[in-house]
Design a protein around this ligand. Structure first.
Ligand code: ADP
Length: 481
């Protein structure tokens, strides 16, 4: 039976007049549920509820916030199988990845429970006699959180947890393709003892719910993760709004993984396969450009092909699946279009890139590996967001670094080498927000900053203690005593 779910506004679960079907990409006959599509008026109700709840919540004690965040964490971890299963069923990453991501969300809430107790201010002497200066952090207000489909529980967690911990009220707008996971997370938050209106879930279209959040005068800040084009719209709307909004954007990547002659071949192959293809390549930190020096190039490509032959693409929930389906038909068509473009522009497709048939109808695509791809090729420049990676052959380290940095993005970047000299130089000179040595470009810790440079990110970093830069505003108070 198809369940019709609701939005959570002002402490109540409410329906909407419009609904959307949530479909399993591993089996398109499996309709997971009917999810509400909120209207402009529904969104405005959520914003009004958040605004009304703000004075009390922003003055709540650190202990109160600690307890709520802690309770949410414990409940997420206790329900990891259920949430992980829902996540894999609607997004298509493997069950192990779905459960792993859910555990991560629980850890994030635990981290921010601690942060509630660690919010410190500073007191300094004034340059004027008899005057004292205090610097404190206060909540920003009502924050709109707009999230993508590829990490349906971790990304919402790393926005919702710091927002609430620092005393803000939240209107959470998840992506259309993953309402089920958002619903389970919201159910847990709703039952945590959080006061009405502090947290609101509003499912719906970006153009309706998202745009209302962007334009509404009572929303003080927007944190967005998604595509570059939408991110730009978000930023423009945030500065056009009156008053202007604080804005934080996490967008695309075209992350390079450099493999040097002196790399440990096994480590390099694991980094490349994991970074490029796990989670079906649908990660903004995926290594879609593998830049390989000529001394190891042929051995590396041969080892990659061997390793890819052992990869199983199948139903995300099936035991033994390494890579689940592509998230939906649109994304599959985009991936196939890029594969065609790659071939047309002279790339050599040495593995995969084929639509696969499995027991159930789904969007199955074998991991595609191209070689002989110049860094100027379309597939080396544009974010694909699928299981498609290209190998670019370079002469030496210097050329590898130049090619790695020759991109409009700058989220994550990796190098596989046994040389301390090159590893150190690369860490210092890579134009990315996150740099990995002998590790995949995807896969980060939750207690340290996450974010990029150039076209990948805009505004302060997310995650860890740095999250407070966005979710608080600094007050400087002077006292003549
Ligand atoms: P993705 O490829 O991850 O879906 P999008 O940028 O299209 O990337 O979507 C990311 C999030 O932004 C989703 O929650 C989506 O609904 C929302 N969104 C899409 N269009 C708009 C818009 N015009 N204004 C605000 N949010 C939007």
């Amino acid at each position: 039976m198809t369940e019709a779910l609701r939005n959570f506004i002002a402490g109540e679960w409410v329906g909407a007049t419009d609904a959307t079907q949530d479909i399993n990409p591993s089996n398109t006959n499996d309709v997971i549920g009917l999810y509400p599509r909120a209207s402009v008026a529904d969104t405005e109700s959520a914003i009004a509820a958040a605004k009304a709840a703000f004075p009390a919540w922003s003055r709540s004690t650190p202990q109160e916030r600690y307890e709520i965040m802690n309770k949410i964490s414990i409940e997420i971890l206790a329900r990891r199988e259920e949430i992980g299963r829902m996540l894999s069923r609607e997004e298509g990453k493997t069950l192990a990845e779905g459960i792993g991501e859910t555990v991560r969300a629980g850890q994030i809430f635990a981290f921010f429970a601690g942060e509630a107790l660690r919010l410190m201010g500073e007191t300094v002497p004034s340059v004027r006699p008899g005057v004292g200066v205090e610097m404190t952090r206060e909540a920003v207000g009502v924050v709109g959180l707009i999230t993508p489909w590829n990490f349906p529980v971790a990304i919402p967690a790393w926005k919702i947890a710091p927002a609430l911990t620092h005393g803000n009220c939240v209107v959470f707008k998840p992506a259309d393709l993953v309402p089920g996971t958002a619903h389970l997370l919201s159910e847990i938050i709703a039952k945590s003892g959080i006061p009405s209106g502090v947290f609101n879930l509003v499912n719906g279209r970006g153009t309706v719910v998202g745009e209302t959040l962007l334009r509404h005068k009572d929303v003080q800040a927007i944190s967005f993760t998604g595509s570059v084009n939408t991110g730009r719209r978000v930023a423009l709307a945030a500065v056009e709004a009156s008053p202007m909004k604080k804005v934080q954007l996490e967008m695309g990547g075209k992350n390079p993984l450099v493999v040097l002659d002196d790399a440990d071949l096994k480590i390099a192959v694991e980094c490349a396969v994991n970074g490029a293809f796990f989670s079906t390549g649908q990660r903004c930190t995926a290594s879609s450009r593998i830049i390989v020096t000529e001394g190891i190039h042929d051995r590396f490509v041969a080892a990659m092909i061997e390793r890819l032959k052992g990869i199983t693409v199948d139903d995300a929930l099936k035991a033994g699946t390494h890579i689940g389906p592509v998230v939906d038909r649109n994304q599959l068509e985009t991936d196939l279009k890029y594969i065609e473009t790659g071939k047309r522009e002279g790339g050599n497709l040495v593995f995969g890139g084929e639509v696969l048939t499995r027991d159930t109808p789904g969007f199955y695509l074998s991991p595609a590996l191209f070689t002989d791809v110049p860094n100027s090729a379309t597939i080396a420049r544009e974010e694909i967001f699928g299981p498609v990676a290209s190998v670019t052959r370079v002469k030496d380290y210097d050329e590898a670094l130049a090619v790695a940095n020759d991109t409009e993005f700058g989220l994550s970047s990796g190098i596989c080498t046994t040389s301390l000299k090159y590893a150190t130089h690369y860490k210092r000179n890579s134009e990315a927000g996150m740099v990995m040595v002998n590790l995949p470009t995807a896969g980060v810790d939750y207690h340290v900053p996450f974010g990029g440079r150039k076209g990948s990110s805009y505004g302060p970093r997310e995650q860890g203690a740095y999250a407070k830069e966005f979710y608080t505003t600094v007050k400087t108070a002077y006292t003549l005593a």
